[in-house]
Design a protein around this ligand. Structure first.
Ligand SMILES: [Zn+2]
Length: 106
């Protein structure tokens, strides 16, 4: 039972910890603002609301939810390039990578 519930919880924790760590490591002077932008990228999980059920522990979100498909990911990579949208873009890419790892662990 514990093992069954560990992965989703671990996944949620990573969604908070990784942006904070990346922000602190790469932008120590502006880490709070960088972290906020990267945490804001979590908003793409709103696309889960379109799915039924909203959350399924055994379902890989990459390629399933509209904001977790390859065309969307290409846009996120584009957002990571200009300085203005970089933090948000990187946050989106981190989110996708974490979701991808979760798929591999399933
Ligand atoms: Zn997601």
């Amino acid at each position: 039972m514990l093992e069954f519930e560990f992965r989703p919880v671990f996944h949620l924790v990573l969604h908070v910890i990784v942006p904070l760590v990346v922000a602190r490591l790469f932008w120590p002077a502006h880490w709070k603002r960088a972290a906020l932008w990267m945490l804001a990228a979590w908003a793409i999980d709103l696309d889960h609301l379109l799915a039924d059920p909203i959350y399924a522990p055994g379902r890989c979100s990459i390629g399933f939810h509209p904001l977790h498909t390859w065309p969307a990911i290409a846009v996120y990579a584009g957002l990571a390039v200009p300085k203005k949208t970089r933090w948000f873009g990187i946050g989106l890419l981190i989110h996708i990578v974490l979701d991808g790892i979760d798929c591999l662990l399933m």
